[in-house]
Design a protein around this ligand. Structure first.
Ligand SMILES: *Cc1c(COP(=O)(O)O)cnc(C)c1O
Length: 269
């Protein structure tokens, strides 16, 4: 049983409402690519470094999408939450951090989505792990992959937006600010679309620190537009964190990932 204090729940609820209001206000800005008819971006609450009890409090106030960036931590919390959440109204876990191929096996068990696919070798590992988990499930030897009900593991291509140094594949983390280059994104999309068990969902990015967020998010939008030429269903643009929500939403974000403004300050690594 996951227990949390009323004081902590109140604090989280207050921050959540503030961020939801901030998203609604930002969504009225039609100066870039948003239209009056654009849907409100979805909110994924980034719960990394915070305990499962906090995630339970968020679930109880209606949050159904959380993001994590470390496999061990995420897997443990997902197991705890699976007992807390209602099976017919599950919590969705997005993996948003740098991922080594040997963790794919673990990630497909609990993740509904991986937002940080930045290279073919990772996509191949996720596909293989998904199919293995499915086979074990069908043989009655283990649980289904978390994303089975959605028809496969949703994958977003993490796009590196640093114009100076082309990012190195495999360096996709908040620290390294990596990702596939915008030029490589379409080819990687075609590769992902051919892998069984994976569903190409769109793109994700963390803007470089030394660049204006508007410039970075505009580049991400243009990359997504190119993708839509061949994959019109891959509509997700995951962009915007606590400090750059407004710019991301202006440039067509469909999914913002907010951590510290809701959860509080993370402990330093
Ligand atoms: C931690 C993290 C976030 C949340 O960042 P905040 O600044 O705390 O809102 C969003 N996206 C990624 C990829 C992250 O690693």
């Amino acid at each position: 049983m996951l227990m949390y204090s009323e004081a902590r729940a109140k604090e989280l609820s207050h921050h959540l409402q503030e961020v939801q209001a901030q998203i609604a206000v930002a969504s009225q800005d039609l100066s870039a690519v948003r239209a009056r008819t654009s849907a409100l971006p979805e909110l994924t609450v980034v719960t990394k470094f915070f305990p499962a009890e906090d995630v339970a409090a968020l679930y109880d106030m209606g949050v159904r999408s959380v993001g994590e960036n470390r496999d061990q931590e995420a897997g443990g919390k997902a197991t705890q939450l699976s007992l807390h959440a209602h099976s017919d109204d599950p919590l969705r876990w997005s993996f948003i951090g740098q991922l080594q191929t040997n963790k794919a096996k673990s990630v497909v068990k609990y993740a509904h989505e991986v937002q940080s696919v930045d290279r073919l070798s990772l996509a191949e590992s996720l596909s293989k792990a998904y199919l293995n988990q499915l086979k074990r499930y069908e043989a009655g030897e283990g649980p289904a992959p978390a994303s089975l009900a959605n028809g496969g593991l949703k994958c977003l291509i993490q796009v590196g937006l640093n114009p100076q140094a082309p990012s190195t594949a495999g360096q996709a983390s908040l620290g390294a600010r990596g990702g596939a280059s915008p030029e490589d994104t379409l080819e990687l999309a075609h590769q992902i679309s051919r892998l069984p068990g994976l569903v190409l969902g769109g793109v994700m990015a963390v803007p470089p620190l030394d660049q204006s967020a508007d410039v970075a998010f505009e580049r991400l939008y243009k990359t997504a537009e190119k993708l839509w030429g061949d994959f019109p269903e891959a509509r997700t643009i995951s962009a915007g964190m606590s400090s750059d929500l407004e710019a991301a939403i202006r440039w067509g974000s469909t999914n913002v990932r907010v951590g510290s403004h809701i959860m509080g300050k993370r402990p330093m690594l």
